[in-house]
Design a protein around this ligand. Structure first.
Ligand code: PAF
Length: 285
């Protein structure tokens, strides 16, 4: 049976009861509007622990002014139904008031330097501080042994991993590969914003990543040239790229030809919809 909790206190009592029985806890934080990518996180969580807690909370502090907080798709009933069919043990759906009683006046935030600064961090100021702060709060509320994050938000994953190490948080972060549509588009709640025409164009983002990966493995062009070339390709295809960057996987700094574990990060707008994706590249020198 799936139990739904709106209050921190009630969820904590449930988690403590499981702990007293010696059970392990896995946690999947989400903002709802669940798709197959989220369900993959849930399935990975179920394999790893005795109990699975999923949170659904559209966190206002990670949206900037003019971003899509008001229009972000909210589908709570369908989400709970999906989680019931996955036999999730608990769904935590707090109100904004429950999470931020002094909203606007909260004095404590979590800021992860360096890894937050470039890419989405540069384009969306304050975004990763909002994410790191709410994830810290959720970790403190749920007190799970494991927490599951999708690789699609690769920079977010790096921010959370850094935060957990730097602040000695007693939770193991588990990364789950990106779930894709049959045409390669990474699954995202924001895909629902795309028009029919944009939806047809959108898989070109992943195609650009695959082609750039081949160009890296081919080793004939410098990383600078590859980045510029694919930004140009995306522009010609009608995207407005924020960045197309070849990075070191460990710390997301710009990669050099000496690095072997790479990730290419991309963010681009199609109309008003901002899409992000990435691909990992392993170079053998
Ligand atoms: O990835 C998301 O859905 C959100 O950023 C998260 C981790 C649930 C924090 O609000």
């Amino acid at each position: 049976m799936t139990a739904c909790f709106k209050e921190i206190k009630a969820l904590r009592m449930q988690v403590q009861a499981w702990r007293r029985q010696g059970e392990s806890i896995a946690f999947v934080p989400t903002m709802g509007n669940l798709h197959a990518g989220h369900l993959r996180l849930v399935q990975a969580a179920k394999v790893r622990a005795d109990r699975v807690v999923v949170s659904i909370f559209v966190n206002p502090t990670q949206f900037g002014a003019g971003e899509d907080l008001a229009s972000y798709p909210r589908t709570e009933q369908e989400d709970v139904h999906k989680l019931q069919t996955q036999a999730v043990d608990a769904v935590f759906m707090p109100s904004v008031q429950e999470m931020y009683p002094d909203f606007g006046a909260a004095l404590t935030t979590v800021s992860v330097k360096q890894v937050s600064e470039n890419y989405c961090g540069a384009v969306r100021p304050g975004h990763f501080e909002g994410v790191a702060t709410v994830v810290t709060k959720l970790f403190n509320i749920v007190q799970a042994d494991f927490a599951f994050f999708g690789e699609k938000d690769f920079q977010q994953l790096a921010v959370i991993r850094t935060m957990v190490v730097d602040l000695n948080m007693p939770v193991e972060i588990v990364a789950v590969p990106t779930e894709r549509e049959p045409d390669g588009l990474a699954m995202s709640s924001r895909n629902t914003y795309l028009t029919t025409l944009q939806r047809r164009q959108a898989p070109q983002l992943y195609q650009a990543l695959c082609a750039a990966k081949n160009a890296i493995l081919d080793a004939r062009l410098s990383y600078d040239v590859i980045e510029r070339q694919f930004q140009q390709t995306l522009k010609q295809q009608g995207f407005a790229p924020d960045y197309f960057s070849i990075c070191r996987r460990s710390d997301l700094q710009a990669a050099t030809s000496a690095d072997s574990e790479l990730v290419i990060l991309v963010a681009a707008r199609l109309g008003t919809t901002r899409l992000i994706d990435n691909i990992q590249v392993d170079c053998v020198h």
